[in-house]
Write a protein that binds this ligand. Structure first.
Ligand SMILES: [Zn+2]
Length: 232
């Protein structure tokens, strides 16, 4: 029976980690290396709103009021998305689940779709390192794709863009107090999830202070071994 099920060779994953941990970069690599579908709730919400779907209209009403989109709206969206997901290579969930209620709903949705969660990848970075990475960012006022870092990638002349000579600024999102607040929210929501998936034996921890390449290699090795086990 195990051999017959296409789901056996799928890799269905959750990616967890604080802001600034490099989740986006690792997600891109995993997509490329394992052919995974990248399911980001942030991107999906923006797409639903832009397309003016029922769900998008519901979500936009909350966003316009500056409120969090409630669990049931997000859960409906993910359920629909997972139901659409065919017998592919698997998927990588990013930005979901954010709490235990969402994790329970995900388990139900996977069950209904005949799918299994294979691993939860946690990229760990200490708070002070997150602050160092994010608070050091400087952005060009003329072109926001011109990004520098005061320590890691400084411009030739302090406060001035190398490419067009425009002024460099720190975005409000990158201010230390804003980052610390986001980290508090992250820890409050994620700590119970970490315990939740640890109890299920699904949690895989990775040291996010390693280089992008080394971190990528370690995640890849773990997942390759996991896929091999699944196929045996
Ligand atoms: Zn510039």
């Amino acid at each position: 029976m195990r051999y017959a099920a296409a789901a056996v060779s799928e890799l269905n994953l959750i990616l967890l980690g604080p802001p600034g941990a490099g989740k986006g970069t690792q997600a891109e690599r995993l997509q490329a290396d394992f052919g995974l579908a990248h399911i980001s709730t942030g991107d999906m919400l923006r797409a639903e709103v832009a397309a003016g779907t029922d769900l998008g209209v519901r979500a936009k009403a909350y966003m316009d009021r500056g409120e969090l989109v409630p669990d049931r709206v997000i859960i409906d969206m993910i359920k629909e998305r997972i139901a659409q997901e065919g017998a592919g290579e698997g998927f990588l969930l990013d930005g979901f689940p954010r709490n235990e209620a969402q994790a329970d709903a995900l388990a139900e949705a996977l069950d209904a779709a005949g799918k299994t969660l294979n691993a939860v990848i946690l990229i760990e970075v200490p708070d002070d390192e997150v602050v160092r990475r994010l608070a050091g960012r400087r952005v060009c006022v003329k072109n926001p794709s011109h990004i520098y870092h005061v320590e890691l990638d400084p411009p030739k002349h302090e406060g001035i863009c190398d490419q067009d000579g425009a002024r460099l600024i720190q975005r409000d999102d990158d201010r230390e107090e804003t980052i610390r607040r986001r980290l508090e929210v992250y820890h409050a929501h994620t700590a119970p999830l970490i315990a939740y998936y640890e109890r299920q034996g699904l949690l895989r921890r990775f040291d996010g202070e390693r280089s992008v390449e080394e971190l990528g290699d370690r995640i890849r090795a773990t997942l390759a071994a996991l896929r091999l086990e699944e196929r045996l």
